[in-house]
Design a protein around this ligand. Structure first.
Ligand code: AGP
Length: 613
């Protein structure tokens, strides 16, 4: 939820931290701050509002030093304000800290510390941590030990980064549970720490990832890691392949627009190295299963949140159809509290762009405890969902910065298709001819996506027609029912219009009462096995004076006479058409939001990675 950046080395920490925070602003942004050790003192600069306010503060009252930590905040406890912005300082003035997560027992800790005479300077839960560290420093412990001892008191998931005057050459970072990542960047004579890769990618590609209950001590020469109990351990330093440019907007007005238009490349990248077009095979060795093990799978539970869950809903149709395995899709925040029925013959597949979503990770932990086979489909290399899974299909689409997920939705759609074919072949469910055609069809996707993107100006005309609506309904059936949900979510989260999605067949069971000229219906009606059923739904809608926007396959002649607006998509094999029908709906949501003057990349109340419950 929040962004964290730290630096220790020979250069001035301030600009490095500030620029790093800018790349993370999408993760949480209602206040920001940094602390630097300058002339033997801890100097803090922080303010409410966007990062630009911190920039103004730094220009007016500069601070310089070779070690520092910074933070962008998405408020959980305590309203957005200067006093609640991080970093927070201990009462001694000797230690300063930034934090990601929620101290679930912060009230009792606050009372305990207040009874020891601590006067709190903020309304945040975070402040109890820095006072606990202060307490242990005063008892003579060194900074790493003081951090370890403080962390033991905390309930909930946390990532903390701190420094102290007592040891002015080191930064300590610690992680409990899944409150966002802690990434250590290895430079030449300088070191970095951040909550996410893009913040330090300009400076180094060599990164290590802290796991839960691990503490790192970082100075300008390197780092060491121990468990929360103080036992030393080694963690691997990986080389990140992402290029720094892909984490920037370039010539696009918003990250979301850039990422929508990246989908020709991203749907190509997610397929790369996974298809033997000559032999007609899908290659997913990273799952580590053979035919015998594949045949033993009795059920797949796909668990995820938000957009990722919608991809899972498409995955259900694909895997049941091609691999003949029963699939349940379970929202992670429900799965984790349902006492689910899973065992060693169940695959639990978590889909997560960030790989750090708290609910999804908790669902994975529960699945592991129940003995399930644990797979994940993630974009963020090195993320928790990747590390705890038995096998991972990486999305391979590069950093997705826009809060509204786009390329990290079409990638899992393609990944689910490949998984379905892969499992279908392993289980002997697909004859050679069908399998070869299914594999061949994959090569059509990037070009079909490109054709949809070329039609952005046509979609914009519809956006202008719909821009003032307050409500709308998205309808779909079968493999495109999840696309109705995803299209509605896109519109909701960036334009703030109330958009509801429904399985089209359900309309007659109540929702059709909503239909009138003030409730436009966006119907996804491509050529697929549900086409005729959708047609009758639209006729029913029109008969009640509804406004219909039809997403239809090129050349359709039945829909124009009964629709108010047409959005055309190219003919696509129906098992793959969700990756196509969603493109104009992403564009429609984006264009309406821009017309309405919304903050597309940083929608109100949202953050890119929901690392708290
Ligand atoms: C999608 O546009 C939203 N930003 C949100 O629903 C997101 O998909 C959800 O929070 C899951 O995130 P994840 O894929 O990183 O787990």
């Amino acid at each position: 939820m929040c962004g964290i950046v730290g630096y220790v080395g020979a250069r001035n920490a301030t600009p490095i931290i500030y620029e790093g925070l800018k790349t993370l602003e999408y993760r949480g942004y209602d206040s920001a701050g940094l602390a630097v050790i300058q002339d033997g003192q801890i100097e803090i600069r922080r303010d409410v509002g966007k990062l630009s306010r911190l920039r103004t503060l730094l220009d007016k009252d500069p601070v310089e030093g070779t070690i520092g930590i910074g933070h962008t905040r998405w408020a959980t406890h305590g309203p957005p304000s200067e006093r609640n912005a991080h970093p927070h300082m201990g009462a001694s003035g000797e230690v300063v800290l930034v934090h990601n997560g929620i101290v679930e027992n912060f009230l009792e800790l606050r009372d305990e510390l207040a009874s020891e005479g601590i006067a709190f300077q903020s309304d945040t839960d975070t402040e109890v941590i820095v006072h606990l560290v202060d307490r242990y420093l005063a008892m003579g412990h060194d900074l790493p030990e003081a951090a370890r001892k403080a962390m033991v008191h905390l309930q909930g998931a946390h990532a903390i980064v701190l420094m102290a005057l007592k040891e002015p050459d080191k930064i300590v970072a610690a992680r409990i549970g899944n409150a966002g990542g802690v990434v250590i960047g290895v430079g030449e004579g300088e070191m970095f720490v951040a909550s996410d890769i893009p913040a330090i990618l300009d400076h180094t590609r060599r990164m290590a990832f802290l796991e839960s209950r691990q503490v790192a001590v970082i100075d300008h020469q390197g780092f060491s890691v121990s468990t929360l109990e103080g036992n030393p351990l080694e963690i691997e330093v990986q080389t990140i392949q992402w290029d720094a440019v892909s984490a920037q907007k370039g010539e696009y007005k918003h990250f979301m627009l850039k990422e929508i238009f990246e989908q020709v490349r991203s749907t190509t990248d997610t397929i790369r190295d996974r298809v033997d077009f000559e032999g007609g095979h899908i290659l997913l060795p990273e799952l580590g299963i053979d035919a015998k093990q594949a045949k033993r799978i009795e059920k797949i539970v796909i668990t995820a949140c938000g957009t990722a869950a919608h991809a899972g809903m498409v995955g259900k149709v694909l895997i049941e159809r091609l691999a003949r395995i029963p699939v349940e899709v379970d929202i992670a925040s429900e799965f984790r509290y349902r006492d689910p029925i899973v065992n060693e013959n169940t695959v639990v597949l978590a889909i997560s762009q960030s790989g750090e979503t708290a609910d999804t990770l908790a669902a994975m932990e529960l699945a592991r405890q129940r003995g399930a086979i644990l797979w994940s489909n993630v974009n963020a290399v090195g993320s928790q969902a990747m590390r705890i899974a038995d096998g991972t299909i990486t999305m391979q689409v590069g950093p997705e910065i826009g809060v509204a997920s786009t390329k990290a939705f079409t990638a899992p759609l393609v990944d689910m298709y490949m998984l379905a074919v892969y499992l279908g072949e392993l289980r002997g469910e697909l004859d050679e001819k069908i399998r070869r055609r299914l594999v061949h069809d994959l090569r059509l996707i990037p070009d079909l996506v490109g054709q949809c993107l070329d039609r952005a100006p046509d979609v914009e005309k519809v956006a202008w027609a719909l821009k003032d609506m307050d409500h709308c309904l998205y309808l779909g059936r079968g493999i495109n029912m999840p696309i109705a949900y995803e299209g509605a979510l896109k519109l909701k989260e960036i334009s703030y219009i109330h958009a509801e999605a429904y399985p089209a067949g359900e309309m007659k069971h109540g929702p059709i009462a909503l239909i009138d000229e003030d409730m436009p219906v966006i119907a996804i009606v491509p050529r697929d096995p549900w086409y005729e059923k959708m047609l009758s739904q639209i006729e029913q809608t029109k008969a009640r004076g509804g406004v219909v926007v039809a997403v239809a396959t090129d050349g359709d002649e039945l829909l124009p006479p009964i629709s108010d607006h047409m959005i055309w998509v190219p003919e696509t094999p129906w098992l793959l058409n969700p990756a196509i029908t969603i493109i104009p709906l992403q564009l429609l949501a984006y264009q309406i939001a821009v017309i309405r003057g919304c903050d597309v990349d940083q929608p109100r109340n949202l953050a890119k990675s929901v690392t708290v419950e």
